[in-house]
Design a protein around this ligand. Sequence first.
Ligand code: SF4
Length: 388
Amino acid sequence: MKIDERLLPVRKRTRQIQVGNVAIGGDAPVSVQSMTTTKTADVEATLAQIYELAGAGADIVRCTCNEEQAAEGLAKIVPRSPVPIIADVHFHYEMAMAAIEAGVNGLRLNPGNLRKPEEIKLVAREAKDHAIPIRIGVNAGSLHPDLLKRYGKPTPEALVESARMELEMLHEVGFEDVKISVKASNVMLMINAYRLASETFDNPLHLGVTEAGPLPAGMIKTTAGIATLLAEGIGDTIRYSLTADPVEEAKAGRILLESMGLRKRKSVDLIACPSCGRAEVDVIAIAKAAEAELAKRSIPLQVAVMGCVVNGPGEARGADLGIAAGRHRGHLFIRGKIVRVVPEDEMVEALVDEAEKLMAEGVEARLAAADADAERLAEQDSRAARSY
Ligand code: SF4
């Protein structure tokens, strides 16, 4: 089911920058980022993870560039990567220079860790010569000591001031291709810092709740922060920073954007009731199995699994494909039309089979086939009745 365009957030128009072949800001779709956890010097392991992340929905991947061997690794990784690569640089400007030389598509600089203006400007000049953008990546946990002294603690104003000071330095050398992040692990601090950043800058914003932690809390905190801002029209690219396999980050980012109608659906949207004492089938098991099977096949349909007649027919009717269960069986719907009755133990198979056919043949053809089946069955029944 398509999301009504009128319900979508009106995005704040920011300047557009280009990270490799991915546009960020302006009217570009909100992109998903993640970061590798391998040693960047280990080229094969890093590339394997980048491919996994791209497959899970990452549009851009960041790798740390913390030592000479990492920069050497990047030189081999970038040409073989399926997505643009950003080098994450903290303490040593030489690493930024080496990453640019290695051919990366963008840099992330942390103003709290790379502090000398002459070094920052040197990096900006080199990035400009190579036409690659820079993210000013402010982090509440590594705020510049001068700002900590001035503001007493990380505040929205302190985080935005850090970004403003760095931006000024980049502007001094004529560098404009900048995106900004003002991350914090505290959700409300993060939300308010980004609101202020959005009022202050016209640069694209990279959203994230930093160091969000393990699942499920990390996922919930990050979604609270990022989704709140996206719903206000703030944000051009996002990253979940989870203490988990980064594939979970890429998946979460993609699912969030698809759920909010900000990206075209690539994977299944499974609607299912939470189940309760009224349920007439094992909704949880059926929904879980159907979601896993449909996700494996990258089927971008909305599929409903509902446990009884209370909300079942309504939700099942509204989805592309749905089951509204009765006692150990259920009605199978295609775009609002009941096409047949399916026993409980065949529901997952029926949903997957029908979803594959819908993708291959289209809705009209499937509904016509269902009508033909129904007619054929009715004809068989009436012949059987006549023969008695
Ligand atoms: S649809 Fe039925 S089974 Fe599912 S939660 Fe609602 S009342 Fe319970």
